[in-house]
Design a protein around this ligand. Structure first.
Ligand code: NAP
Length: 489
């Protein structure tokens, strides 16, 4: 059974009451973090308004709580604490109580302790009903000891909550219940998270369908750094649901690719028994992953980048769906790209796939980049000319493509070219997809250019990935609607 516990921690009784009532609407269990409150008057009223089982927690700062609590304050709190279904008590405190409702907990916010197994042993030797261990992850491989702890507790028939905190640990929050975790914690709102890496209960249910994951579930994921902002989990999970496939797609924040492939991915060396079927790869790893694959399709080799990996028995196969995904929307605008004069702005990974695909279609490509060294590297690999990006005019081009991040994230207000520079261009294609209608596309519309949003490429490349992993064609609508709902407008 999957239990989602929403943890709430507010500074006033009124705010805690309102959060707790909202939490009981979306959670299976509500955790009241009382270390946020200085005055506990009104606690009984809050408890009477929560319609779910409650975990009461009074966490000292050194274990991740919000304030300093000395031993005596903690002991006297628990002596008079109201009776609820569960009390979460840190393992350093001895309290005379009914152990059948105690969660005995240990938190480490500095990393994964080398003696994790002994810590578990110590906690498991108490009469507490549930053992909880939360450790900080700095890399995705830090999830391995946490998953191993879950496996061990299951084999010993011990109820356990084991969490890898931080973005790199998200897999433990999503897959934990299917591997025996007693519950998984969630936030009411992302900005109200009570621990690093906590996502909302709404997201756990509606994006990851955490209550439908089991040990048979096919697992796919997005490898990159950062990945938490990505809309790919929204699109792929929605398509998996619509197709009725028992699968889940996770963001996997990876720093050290080599260790990740050795210890978590490659079927011949990995330490985790999981039904991993495929990976998407995003910046900054698209070129570096080539070193860890058993087979690479010729197109991906030529482009020098892999954005899709399929785990086939004991082999890892690499593909590039970016190039075809990039071309799909263009072929709806132009009958042929033969001889088309195309300006590609940027010289990174996306530009590389775009240039390769354009040259295959016999287009005449000019690269505009700010970094001369990178542009020259591309010029040497592909048959393109190169010009400087600053104050260029594009009037003589049929198609202008933005393959820089200008117009999104921290560069939201910037444009790679203005309406004036684009005047006379037939079509403008922005690979940036968040927001959907970028300022660059708005500039292009002002001077009558046709426009292609990056969302079309995003969906096209994702559809090909889905086919490679599942053998089925995904619903474009499901992918589009999920991405549309998750993106800025
Ligand atoms: P990347 O490898 O980091 O390359 C980015 C390129 O943009 C580099 O040439 C970089 O130049 C240049 N650049 C960065 N900041 C700039 C600035 N302020 N002014 C001028 N040039 C700048 O990134 P990527 O993977 O190619 O992605 C580029 C964009 O395409 C991103 O927004 C990404 O989200 C989007 N994309 C969309 C899709 C899709 O499916 N729609 C797929 C892939 C990528 P330097 O080398 O000098 O930094």
């Amino acid at each position: 059974m999957t239990r989602i516990c929403v943890s709430v921690c507010e500074n006033s009784v009124e705010a805690l009451e309102s959060a707790a009532v909202r939490a009981s609407e979306c959670a299976d269990v509500v955790e009241l973090r009382l270390d946020c409150l200085t005055d506990l008057e009104g606690l009984e009223r809050i408890l009477s308004r929560i319609s779910r089982p409650v975990i009461l927690t009074f966490r000292p700062r050194e274990q991740g709580g919000r304030r300093e609590l000395d031993q005596q304050t903690r002991e006297s709190f628990w002596k008079t604490a109201p009776r609820t279904e569960w009390w979460d008590i840190e393992w350093d405190l001895t309290v005379e109580t009914d152990w059948s409702r105690i969660i005995v907990s240990h938190h480490d916010f500095s990393g994964v302790p080398h003696d994790l197994s002994q810590i578990y042993q110590r906690l498991a030797s108490t009469p507490a009903r549930v053992v909880k261990i939360a450790v900080q992850t700095n890399d995705i491989v830090d999830c391995i000891p946490v998953f191993k702890l879950l496996d061990r507790a299951r084999s010993e028939d011990r109820d356990v909550i084991a969490i890898a905190m931080g973005n790199a640990g998200l897999a433990t929050r999503i897959l934990g219940p299917s591997r025996g975790a007693f519950l998984t914690y969630a936030a009411l709102e992302e900005e109200w998270a009570t621990a690093p890496g906590q996502i909302t209960a709404e997201k756990l249910r509606s994006v990851y369908h955490v209550d439908q994951i089991d040990c048979e579930t096919m697992i796919c994921g997005l490898v990159g750094l950062p990945v938490m902002h990505s809309v790919s989990p929204h699109m792929h999970n929605s398509a998996l649901r619509t197709a009725g496939i028992n699968g889940v797609y996770l963001p996997l924040e990876v720093r050290d690719l080599k260790t990740f492939f050795e210890r978590l991915v490659h079927p011949r060396t990995r330490e985790l028994d999981w039904n991993l079927r495929g990976l998407s790869v995003t910046a900054p790893h698209k070129s570096a992953v080539l070193d860890f694959l058993d087979w690479i399709e010729p197109n991906a080799k030529e482009i020098g980048a892999v954005n899709t990996i399929v785990v086939d028995d004991d082999k890892l196969r690499g593909f590039n769906t970016d190039a075809a995904g990039f071309m799909e929307p263009l072929l709806k605008v132009f009958d042929s790209l033969d001889g088309l004069r195309v300006a590609v702005l940027g010289a990174g990974g996306a530009a590389r796939a775009a240039v390769w695909a354009l040259l295959k279609q016999q287009a005449s490509v000019t690269l505009f980049a700010r970094d001369v060294v990178k542009a020259r590297q591309l010029e040497q690999v592909f048959d393109v000319s190169y010009e400087s990006l600053s104050s260029a005019s594009f009037a003589t081009y049929d198609l202008v493509i933005n393959a820089t991040p200008l117009g999104s994230g921290e560069l939201l207000d910037q444009v790679p070219a203005t309406a004036e520079q684009l005047d006379g261009v037939n079509c403008v294609y922005d690979l940036v997809y968040n927001p959907i209608k970028t300022r660059f596309l708005q500039e292009a519309s002002k001077v009558g250019c046709r426009t292609v949003p990056g969302l079309e490429m995003l969906i096209a490349q994702a559809k090909s990935q889905f086919v490679l992993w599942t053998g089925q064609t995904p619903s474009s609508n499901a992918m589009y609607e999920a991405a549309f709902a998750a993106l800025d407008h």
